[in-house]
Design a protein around this ligand. Structure first.
Ligand SMILES: NC(=O)c1ccc[n+]([C@@H]2O[C@H](COP(=O)([O-])OP(=O)(O)OC[C@H]3O[C@@H](n4cnc5c(N)ncnc54)[C@H](OP(=O)(O)O)[C@@H]3O)[C@@H](O)[C@H]2O)c1
Length: 277
């Protein structure tokens, strides 16, 4: 694998996780830089990871092969317009910001010398903070094979990285895995509350639910059969699991999940439209 120099614009939670992941993979701290307007953020990330930090974004990108835009979506337009004149045409731009399209990035980063830029747009999720995330990645036509590998290496540092052939699928990724942790949190809340109503102490209901979620996810990930088959295997006819599953299905569980994910994907597309202005 290549050893690119990576610059992070924004030294917040996501940048810190990605840098931690890269360092854990053995990347030399000399190859990493970051910029952030906050002096506290800068000293924290520099003390933790031994990387160079800058107050000025232009200083951080100087000499970098890969530039990771790890700022809030609302800050993206201003940051890109200011960076465009100092970027080199062969520097790979990786955006992890929700709702910012390649078309918007291209417009904001375009200059006479570099009318188009190699761009990778990613949608990570919150468990990336524990290096247990999963991301969808889309590369535009200007990204070389070596740059694809660099982007994959970066996102793989905080979990699983999966390539998408079409950019619009980022909205579906947002609906499934981007927003997905919250759906599981909702189920955990509901199961814990129901366990309490069945008489369990609150802490016991919470621990039973959490460890069931973790165990089921680990089992499904490790299994060579799909979730439907795993469910069939633990659902005996006329047993307790069947009683619960039939109740879920009578309430329209699958259709409700589909509606919920459609709503999230629709909102993702709507936000991209607004943020691209
Ligand atoms: N956290 C997640 O799980 C997650 C998941 C998927 C996608 N993302 C995306 O990742 C991006 C970063 O999220 P985050 O959670 O890491 O946010 P964050 O913790 O707020 O980090 C953003 C950092 O950028 C700094 N910043 C603001 N303006 C800047 C500028 N002009 N130049 C350089 N740095 C600037 C912020 O400083 P101040 O605080 O001083 O403003 C902050 O330290 C977002 O676009 C988000 O959509 C995050």
């Amino acid at each position: 694998m290549s050893n690119p120099r990576i610059a992070f614009i924004g030294a917040g939670n996501m940048a810190a996780s990605l840098i931690g992941g890269l360092r854990a993979q053995g990347m030399d701290s000399k190859l990493i830089s970051a910029s952030d307007p906050g002096a506290e953020q800068r000293s924290k990330i520099s003390a933790e990871h031994g990387i160079s930090v800058f107050a000025d974004n232009a200083d951080a990108v100087n000499g970098a092969d890969v530039i990771v835009l790890a700022i809030k979506p609302q800050a993206m337009k201003g940051v890109c317009l200011a960076l465009a004149p100092v970027l080199k045409s062969n520097q790979l731009i990786v955006s992890i910001a929700a709702g910012i399209t390649c078309a918007s990035l291209q417009t904001w980063l375009s200059t006479a010398e570099a009318p188009t830029r190699p761009l990778v747009r990613c949608m990570p999720n919150t468990p990336a903070l524990l290096r247990q995330g999963v991301s969808g990645l889309f590369a535009n036509a200007d990204v070389s094979e070596a740059q694809r590998q660099q982007a994959e290496q970066l996102l793989s540092a905080v979990g699983l990285a999966l390539w998408l052939d079409e950019e619009h699928l980022i909205d579906a990724v947002t609906a499934v895995s981007g927003s997905g942790p919250a759906y599981f949190f909702l189920l955990i809340e509901a199961m814990t509350a129901a366990g309490e109503k069945l008489g369990l102490p609150a802490a016991t209901a919470a621990q039973l639910t959490l460890h069931t979620a973790l165990g089921a996810a680990r089992m499904a990930v490790a299994s060579d059969v799909d979730a439907a088959e795993l469910r069939r295997r633990v659902t005996s006819p006329a047993g307790t699991t069947e009683a619960a599953i039939k109740t879920f299905q009578a309430g329209g569980f699958e259709a409700l999940v589909e509606q919920a994910l459609n709503a999230a994907a629709h909102r993702s597309a709507e936000l991209a439209e607004q943020l691209g202005q």
